[in-house]
Design a protein around this ligand. Sequence first.
Ligand code: ZN
Length: 357
Amino acid sequence: MSFKNFPMVPRVLYGHGSSQQIEEIVEPLRKNGYPVIYFADHCFKGKSLVQNIPAKKNDKIVFIDTTEEPKTSDVDKIRDDLKSEFGKVSGIIGYGGGSVLDITKAVSLMMTNEGSSADYQGWDLIQNEGVYHAGIPTLSGTGAEVSRTCVLTGPERKLGLNSDFTPFNQVILDPSLTLDAPKEQAFFTGMDCYIHCIESLNGTYLNAFSKSYGEKALELCKKIYLEKSEWDEESHEDLMMASWHGGMSIAYSQVGIAHALSYGLSYVLGIKHGVGNCIAFDKIEEYYPEGVRDFKKMVEKFEVEIPKNICVNLSDDEMNKMVEVALELHPLWENALGKNWREKINEKTIRELYERM
Ligand code: ZN
């Protein structure tokens, strides 16, 4: 029997305004004279968040286009540009939602690992420790701030760089940074957290460690999305912590069916992770009856539209690719359905699930 010996984020700062402490955190990194690189979601161009970044003269702020899910080719290009401009960097600090956080982790790893990031999609393929990387979420729910992966769409598959070197060296949880996120986007990202909880708590990989985090995260999600009458400042604080706990829960268990299907939707149709999860989760009531029932109440209460009929016009090739991407995620199916999951799930059953969406 072998137990997972997984790394955690060693340093965390929490509180309204805590992100302003970034300046004193990055200062010691500059010892070697190389610049500090800041990644920020392109939506922050010209906004106060960017004006508050303490970039010094040879530092650089790179805006990350998050219109699409992060690709291995994006990561390789950013890495190549940084290497040709600076040679080495002291560290990378990422401000944004899951996409920016994942790109921050991936580029940090690729600064010290040869070749394309596509070569490292999988489990424990990364050979060398990356450069220092810190994550500052501006949207809560993905758990990217705490996870040991960074999910990328590559030429062959959508799969993360899962490794002991992937987690951030530092995370700053500043709920005030999430206040301005667009309502619908915040909802889909928050539902990512809710679905992490349901898939973890209903999975066969569940243990007391992941259960303790998953239960807390689920309690917070229910408070935010079902019990409270308004979405207020406390909701932002609660969701930030729910995201953290949800991420901790799946760290020692796994996600499940909605995530597997969402990866396929994203790979073929370019659908964002949080949206894809909702599209899939909405249609898999037989696997997660209670979770889906509450989910539907949340969607109704927040008056959000879940995209429908998105698979009706797919070609056979597209559908086959989608099924293949989803089916390849063995640990997710095994967590959801147990060791004999292959007796319950095959190309045909997955296809039928997609046809409902
Ligand atoms: Zn997720």
